[in-house]
Design a protein around this ligand. Structure first.
Ligand SMILES: [Zn+2]
Length: 159
């Protein structure tokens, strides 16, 4: 049913596993990376970082939509609310001076996980986000960022 699907037939979706509380030993994201979850969406610190934009967030729908082409409007609304929350939390706790979002569809669009996800990056002057490459991180490096955003979001009156 997926429009323009690129996922293999037997795809074990890592983001569906994050949403449902399953941790795989060899997969990056842990439950303690999650900074916000409601009935529609889950936000977590990305396991892959960019060198000058550490602690960026991924927002995913709790239902498996592969890409933007099939994303439902009620989920899209909640995804942007969660992105706004992450952005304001980063502004308040990371000391960043800007925010960028990115979202990729299909291999030629740079997609590499077959479950819709929106990247929310903290930005800094001359950070070269679009000129640098991502690299894998370990959960202990992510924890201080997750803690900051979790605490900020939990205290945010408009969530
Ligand atoms: Zn999925």
């Amino acid at each position: 049913m997926t429009t323009y699907s690129n996922a293999p037939e037997d795809y074990e979706c890592p983001f569906c596993q994050v949403v449902s509380g399953i941790e795989r030993p060899h997969h990056g994201t842990k439950q303690r990376d999650i900074v916000y979850q409601n009935a529609y969406v889950t936000s977590f610190i990305a396991s892959k970082w960019w060198p000058n934009n550490k602690g960026h967030v991924l927002v995913v729908p709790n239902v498996h939509f592969e890409n933007l082409y099939e994303l439902r409007a009620d989920y899209a609304t909640e995804i942007h609310r969660a992105a706004q929350m992450a952005a304001l939390g980063m502004k308040a706790t990371y000391g960043c001076t800007g925010i960028s979002t990115r979202q990729h569809n299909e291999p030629d669009g740079g997609q590499d996980v077959w479950h819709y996800h929106l990247h929310v990056y903290p930005r800094y002057i001359d950070d070269r986000l679009y000129l640098t490459q991502g690299y894998p991180t370990n959960p202990d490096d992510r924890e201080p960022y997750a803690q900051k955003l979790r605490d900020w979001i939990a205290a945010w009156p408009h969530r």
